[in-house]
Design a protein around this ligand. Sequence first.
Ligand code: SF4
Length: 345
Amino acid sequence: MDHMTASPGRRVLLAAPRGYCAGVDRAVIAVEKALEQYGAPVYVRHEIVHNKYVVQTLEKKGAIFVERTEEVPPGNIVMFSAHGVAPVVHDEARRGRLATIDATCPLVTKVHKEAVRFADDDYDILLIGHEGHEEVIGTSGEAPDHIQLVDGPGDVAGVEVRDPSKVVWLSQTTLSVDETMETVDALKEKFPQLISPPSDDICYATQNRQLAVKQMGAEAELVIVVGSRNSSNSKRLVEVAKLAGARESFLVDFASEIEEAWLEGVTTVGVTSGASVPEVLVEEVLAWLAERGYEDVELVKAADEHITFSLPKELRRDLREEAAALVAQRGGSGAAGADSPAPAE
Ligand code: SF4
């Protein structure tokens, strides 16, 4: 491998959009703000987002990640991750006398609300998603008696409903768009009166990242996806790249995981990253490739993204109170800073 030599013909196609979505950005900032506001430790139930680097960085700043609410000592703050939690988890926090901050992505909350509404109307809800994924566990927990999981087209044969005229499908937000439609088609064949969610459950970020990878997959022999192995949307990008025509596609957390052998006979390398991946990790991959002659970088742009979400309401409220206290202090009122955690809701 001719390191450090510009090699004519070799190039990188860089997907846009890639990396952080609005929900991840909000969740990561929420942990950072909570640490600033209340001091360490701040407990986070489940990885705040599915990315090793992000989790390790926040741990260094004082976040403690736990899998079960019971692991958080009473009187502490617990933040719920972007993937959302079932109502029973809110109950657990109340019982454990914990202050909560809910960093569930608003687009996941939207699916929770759809589930509640259809369950109230006594529909059978077919939730398309991956068994065991945190988001699926949270959504299912909103209406366990009405929801059954459909994990791909292969599951459709086994699906039974009470009344075929009252069935709706919903989905996890981070699925492959094409595979989900295959599942929906199979479900519709079985239940012709199946109704669809009022709007897309697969979120804009998942769709846009898949679209960009589809565009590059036809030209790139190799597609490198930066993302963690437990990141659903990152894994989907690997699948979409291969379906789009890439000879190989690999998922890496860090540039150091890329193998030289992957570049054998490769002229064009596609690079993208999952919705929970900070840009610094993509920059390291680009630097690694440039050292091997892949210096020429072309952007493959599938969409513009301008979506942002405001911070969780518990933090907004306390930050507002803190700002008000500071203003009062400066005005000589002597008001104390709001230095207490948000009460459990
Ligand atoms: S991938 Fe989509 S649903 Fe998940 S956090 Fe990002 S915007 Fe929200």
